[in-house]
Design a binder for this molecule. Structure first.
Ligand code: DGY
Length: 429
């Protein structure tokens, strides 16, 4: 491994964030992703805050400016036309003045906002921003309860693999196979022109992704109908853990801002989610598993989604078991944490979410494990993350066995996470 030159890495990370900054939002990377993505932006704000706090809040404000009237926060905001991405606004047809996609993404905004405020150097400005953002993010959480947990189980479902952020995870294979591709309009992918096709989802997966989009479009993007009508409804432990963690963090922030009723509502939702999450635990796998709501069965897939659950304040024995599981995975890969178990037959170390390691996931898992007292594993994850950057640059994701950079380059949230890892000593405990 190349020796870490902390100052040089921080300089490079900041340069990437500035280069991808479009003024009020940041693109994930040139070319491959030319718009604003939901969870990218929220995690990016953490890195931006280290050198420009006001700009960091702006990143989240811009995203929330495009919240739907029903509370949903879309996964992409198409701020300006760009033919280099598929599917663009002409496919989504959500009918908004500034076009957006019609699905959502992991709700990490609450966590990010709370963290920005707790670290703020300009506390008054941070509280002003938080007062405006808090009810909007809370409305998004309410939307999840209403539209993605209509039976009140405590856990929310995703209706499209893109919502998970882990697009082509093995977790979705069986559920996605049930999505019919009949009637899918012809399309030309753009992603494979920017990144190595061997690092991206397959054509068959794309056809099913588009089939789901067309199906929701046919329902007029009515979220009162989409959940029950979708042939793809999966409960993802990682996604739910992010919602739970954001809920608790926002509740704490709401208390600080003397918004007692809001705090109670958010905390109640998060407590229900945390209790229900335990139903996804698999003793056999030593981790959480997804639940297929259409099939009414667990998804037998040892992916990082079940480890990311450590981001929520899960019971100590669960966090300890996840830490042991990560230690075992680290023996099968040079760098922790692979997005799929290298021992599983479907593992593919370079194909997006079927094996590669992602810094944002490492960041959230390490954060949760550190809070649970699993410090050694958390430190190992951070050290592996930084070793990868020093060796392979600021890629979108990495092969966990060779360390090879994969996907897009000069990647925004990778840079933001490097800033986070290297600035940790300045964070409150
Ligand atoms: C993509 O286009 O690869 C995105 O992950 C979908 O949001």
């Amino acid at each position: 491994m190349t020796a870490l030159d902390t100052a040089a890495l921080l300089r490079e990370a900041e340069a990437i964030l500035r280069a991808n900054d479009r003024g009020t939002y940041t693109v994930p990377t040139e070319g491959l992703y030319p718009f604003q993505w939901n969870w990218d932006s929220c995690l990016t704000a953490l890195g931006q805050a280290r050198f420009d706090e006001a700009r960091a809040f702006r990143e989240i404000e811009t995203l929330l400016d495009h919240q739907w009237e029903d509370g949903m926060v879309p996964h992409i905001v198409f701020h300006q036309p760009d033919d280099g991405y598929f599917p663009g606004p002409d496919v989504w047809r959500t009918g908004r003045a500034v076009p957006t996609s019609g699905i959502t993404q992991p709700p990490v905004a609450g966590f990010a906002l709370a963290r920005l405020v707790e670290r703020a150097r300009d506390r008054a400005a941070a509280e002003r921003a938080a007062r405006a953002l808090l009810p909007k993010i809370a409305a998004w959480h309410d939307w999840f309860m209403r539209c993605r947990d209509p039976e009140g189980t405590g856990l929310v479902a995703i209706v499209h693999p893109w919502e998970s952020g882990r697009d082509n995870s093995v977790d979705w294979d069986a559920a996605l196979a049930r999505v019919s591709t009949e009637g899918v309009e012809p399309f030309v992918r753009r992603d494979t022109g920017h990144a190595n096709p061997a690092h991206r989802p397959t054509q068959e997966q794309y056809e099913r992704y588009v089939a789901l989009v067309q199906g929701f479009r046919d329902l007029g993007w009515d979220n009162a109908k989409i959940h029950d009508a979708s042939p793809f409804r999966v409960v993802d432990p990682g996604f739910n853990a992010i919602l739970v963690r954001s809920g608790f963090d926002l509740a704490r922030l709401a208390d600080e801002l003397a918004e007692g009723a809001l705090a109670a509502r958010l905390r109640g939702q998060a407590e229900r989610g945390l209790a229900a999450l335990d139903g996804l635990w698999s003793e056999a796998h030593g981790q959480y598993l997804c639940w297929d709501r259409v099939a009414g069965a667990p998804v037998d897939s040892p992916s990082v989604g079940g480890l990311l659950a450590a981001f929520a304040p899960v019971p100590a024995p669960r966090a300890a078991a996840i830490a042991r599981r990560i230690e075992a995975l680290a023996e099968r890969a040079r760098f922790a944490v692979p997005s799929h178990d290298p021992a599983a037959p479907e593992y593919d170390g370079r194909r997006y979410w079927r094996g590669p390691l992602w810094l944002i996931v490492n960041y959230m898992i390490a954060d949760g494990l550190r809070a649970a007292g699993e410090t050694a594993v958390a430190e190992r994850i951070v050290a592996d993350s930084l070793a990868l950057i020093a060796d392979s640059g600021f890629a979108e994701y990495y092969d966990p066995q060779t360390g090879a950079p994969c996907g897009g380059g000069r990647f925004t949230w990778t840079a933001a996470m490097v800033i986070e890892f290297l600035s940790r000593e300045r964070q409150p405990a």
